[in-house]
Design a protein around this ligand. Structure first.
Ligand code: UD1
Length: 375
């Protein structure tokens, strides 16, 4: 448990209360570390105190530590080491552990991110202790009640005090649920980090493990990820997804989430096929570089759909719906839940349609800090 050193020489920027704020971020899963990076950097430029609590939902080095290192995120102040479990057991263990941490620190704001079990646990622990909760990436909806993420985001939005929305569509969802009075449009913090990293990796060589897997051949390849329970937890569905990826015309770099690897082993599904290269998850800058160099992305990840869009790479999504509906405009992202058109969709060229800037201007983290100051 490391404490941040005080930041000498930093100007004191008071919140509305007239004093610097203490804000405590709760994170635990890979996409939250990406969102945390620009927020931590924005806080570091103020006199506010920013504490980080890592629940330990993701614990493999490649799912957690590399993000802190590569994205220069300060070491968490507290690590709960909760690990895996059923949804109830995992969320419950986080809730128990967070109760005493929040009771001890009593921050002005608890900041939760996205839609994971860590988000819900942070929210519940905070509201029950009458601590104010701000939800970053509020208002996203898939309207698919089978998804654990949908339960987490709906419950979090309705419990939180301040809803920091990434898009106009998210603001409209919140308004439709009677939450407009607590909602602020700040933009998408993933745009902040994605554009910064894109500019840093442009022109660099492909990540060595990817280059090696592809045999050093220049030319087309696809980036694929699969980890949603609806795709991984039914043996027939998972076999169909892996077969479909192996049947694509171009080599596929399958960046394999631990859940995918575990389920394939359990169901006896072989990932080693000609043209299908299963690789461990990539660090964030390597992922951005891999997508930039690819012909297309095939995924069920929310974040990767949007990163493909931001980077101008066509995406095919193996789900019945997407929360990031703006990516569908102009055919940049196409849903193919039944895998019936995957071969053609994965081979399509990049659309020519303008993408616009539905995910903001890359300054969402700064606006997040301002919203907390004003709240
Ligand atoms: C979680 C989030 C999901 C997010 C995803 C990003 C929930 C409900 N879901 O899903 O919204 O898109 O993270 O990756 O919170 N495992 C490891 N090592 C790790 C982490 C996980 O081996 O570092 C394995 C464990 O066997 C675990 C399984 O992966 O049971 C699933 O992990 P879990 O955190 O439960 O959910 P994710 O599928 O990662």
């Amino acid at each position: 448990m490391t404490k941040h050193p005080e930041q000498p020489g930093r100007p004191e920027v008071p919140g509305r209360s007239g004093r610097p704020l203490t804000v405590l971020s709760v994170v635990g899963a890979r996409p939250q570390f990406v969102k945390l990076a620009p927020v931590a950097a924005a806080f570091a430029a103020t006199g506010h105190r920013h504490l980080i609590v890592h629940t330990g939902q993701h614990y493999d080095t490649r799912m957690s530590e590399v993000f802190f290192t590569d994205l220069a995120i300060p070491t968490p102040d507290v690590h709960l080491g909760v690990g895996s479990g059923t949804h109830g057991a995992q969320t419950g263990a986080m809730l128990t552990a967070l109760d005493s941490v929040l009771a001890e620190r009593r921050p002005d704001w608890v900041l939760v991110y996205g839609d994971t079990n860590s988000t819900l646990a942070g929210t519940l622990s905070a509201v029950k202790q009458h601590l104010r909760v701000a939800h970053l990436e509020a208002g996203l909806r898939s309207f698919n009640r089978r998804m654990p993420e949908e339960h987490n985001r709906v419950l979090t939005d309705h419990a939180a005090d301040l809803l920091l929305a990434p898009t106009d569509a998210a603001m409209a969802h919140l308004s439709g649920e009677g939450l407009a009075g607590r909602s602020v449009l700040v933009g998408d913090v993933m745009t902040d980090v994605c554009f910064g990293v894109r500019d840093a990796v442009a022109g660099t060589p492909l990540p060595a493990e990817l280059d090696e897997a592809l045999g050093g051949e220049p030319g087309g390849y696809l980036v694929a990820t699969v980890h949603r329970a609806d795709n991984t937890d039914d043996p027939a569905r998972l076999a169909a997804v892996v077969d479909a990826l192996a049947g694509l015309d171009e080599p596929v770099a399958l960046l394999a989430h631990p859940r995918l690897v575990a389920r394939c082993a359990e169901f006896g599904i072989d990932l080693a096929r000609p043209g299908l290269h299963a690789l461990p998850p990539l660090a964030y800058p390597d992922m951005v570089r891999a997508v930039l160099g690819s012909r297309g992305v095939v995924t069920d990840s929310g974040g990767l759909q949007k990163e493909a869009f931001l980077l101008g790479v066509p995406c095919t999504t193996l789900r019945t719906e997407t929360e990031w509906t703006e990516t569908l405009a102009g055919g940049w992202n196409v849903l193919d839940p039944n895998l019936t058109q995957l071969k053609e969709l994965a081979a399509r060229p990049a659309p020519t349609a303008e993408r616009g800037t539905p995910y903001g201007d890359g300054h969402a983290a700064r606006r997040t800090v301002e919203a907390l100051e004003a709240g």
